[in-house]
Design a binder for this molecule. Structure first.
Ligand code: S3P
Length: 427
């Protein structure tokens, strides 16, 4: 299959995508838990991160408006206050799950609420470990939000997570840190490890190996002085677009290339794209680099091994979209978690691809896309899911496609400037 052609279509230049969402949540939380002033620059000012800021404010922490460089007066665990309002997490699963650990560990009582999508997402996965530590957690009858968390004096925990989840792992680690107890968390494959890295970079001893994390008890965080690197999940949309273009080279500057997050870039390279990293440095415990992607290569379909799923979990809808333009079959299994993200991303991505004229099938725990390099026409139903809007936004940019997206504004959850950045790189 030849690279896409289109009159003068090329993707080029340099882009610095906004700060990493996972690190931004953790930067706010860790700054609040440290005693004294922290400085955080390049934090992501997206709806999800605003939700975390809002909950921390409700817990008595004075978080300033999210600007390019902010100073946060940490109050320490003892300085957190019982909230007098519901803890509104909006659309953000990371806010709900990580902050439930804080409320439990600090011995507070809080009622977590969220929008319709978040209210449907499973919370028993944090109820289990938090109750094993001695907190009381009451999700809704269907296991979602609203969820009341009531902390107390917690005990040490050894927890085996059946499914790899950084949100659950981080919930446990934060509860243990706040409660002053020891935690060991095991998971089938290592999920993103930003919490562990941020702890280690700010005075908290944490031991890690391939499948377990151990946090000794009785520790506290030092204030942060942190620059949030660019979000690799946001960068992936542009990396995919550059790979699909018949010409041009795009440089994505200052991207977090933590190896628990680079599965999509690795997949893109395996598909035959020209992807390279340079200027790789370690900053505040995280690896950061510039990512260069050159267009004009023929892409081929690949199979993603289940063990790699955590490294590209949020990029799988994009991978499915890319698969439509790759020779042969692109197959993903072991990704049932996609069904409980902001939408059921397996059904949503497959039905949208099919509706536009591509060939794709659902599997119980993944999907298969048959690359036919189609001309796609029709409307995309995003279900308010930001990653679907952006993945199909990339396809909508390809010459020859005529794709309307029902809710372009939902990108505000993770990447408010997505559409304007897209215009900057397409020439
Ligand atoms: C996140 C972890 C992942 C990811 C989510 C952000 C985090 O979720 O999908 O977008 O910041 O910890 P799971 O932990 O549920 O896999």
């Amino acid at each position: 299959m030849a690279p896409l052609t289109g009159s003068r279509f090329h993707v080029a230049g340099e882009l610095r995508v906004p700060g990493d969402k996972s690190i931004s949540h953790r930067a706010l939380i860790c700054s609040a838990l440290a005693s004294g002033p922290s400085r955080v620059s390049a934090i992501l000012p997206s709806a999800d991160v605003h939700s975390t800021a809002g909950v921390l404010r409700a817990l008595g922490v004075s978080i300033p408006p999210l600007g390019p460089s902010i100073e946060i007066q940490g109050v320490g665990v003892q300085g957190l206050r019982a909230p007098s309002v519901d803890l509104d997490c909006g659309n953000s699963g990371t806010s709900a799950r990580l902050l439930s650990g804080i409320v439990a560990g600090a011995g507070l009582r809080g009622r977590f609420v969220g929008d319709a999508s978040l209210s449907r997402r499973p919370m028993r996965r944090v109820q289990g470990p938090l109750e094993a530590m001695g907190a009381s957690v009451t999700p809704s009858a269907s296991g979602g939000l609203p969820m009341v968390v009531e902390g107390g004096s917690l005990t040490d925990i050894e927890w085996n997570n059946e499914t790899s989840s950084a949100q659950v792992k981080s919930c446990i680690l934060l509860a243990a840190l706040c409660g002053g107890v020891e935690a060991t968390v095991r998971e089938p494959t290592r999920s993103r490890d930003h919490t562990e890295r941020m702890f280690a970079a700010h005075g908290v001893e944490v031991w890690v190996n391939d499948d377990a994390v151990l946090l000794p008890g009785g520790q506290s965080l030092s204030p942060l002085d942190l620059e949030v690197p660019g979000d690799p999940s946001s960068a992936s949309f542009f990396a995919a677009l550059a790979a699909l273009a018949p010409q041009g080279e795009l440089r994505l500057a200052d991207v977090c290339v933590n190896e628990t997050r680079t599965g999509f870039l690795a997949a893109l390279a395996r598909m035959g794209s020209d992807v390279s990293l340079d200027d790789k440095v370690q900053r505040h415990g995280e690896w950061v680099a510039s990512v260069n992607v050159r267009g004009g290569r023929t892409l081929r379909g690949i199979t993603i091994p289940p063990a790699a799923i955590p490294t590209l979990i949020d990029e799988l809808p994009l991978l499915a979209c890319l698969g439509a333009y790759a020779e042969g079959e692109t197959r993903v299994t072991g990704a049932a978690e996609l069904r409980v993200k902001e939408s059921d991303r397996i059904t949503a991505v497959v039905s949208n691809l099919r509706g536009l004229g591509a060939q794709a099938e659902e599997l119980e725990d993944g999907f298969v896309v048959h690359g036919t390099q189609p001309r796609l026409r029709g409307s995309v139903v995003t279900h308010g899911d930001h990653r679907l809007a952006m993945a199909f936004g990339i396809l909508a940019t390809l010459p020859g496609n005529e794709i309307a997206i029902d809710d372009r504004d939902c990108v505000a959850v993770s990447y408010p400037s997505f559409w304007s950045d897209l215009v900057k790189v397409v020439q």
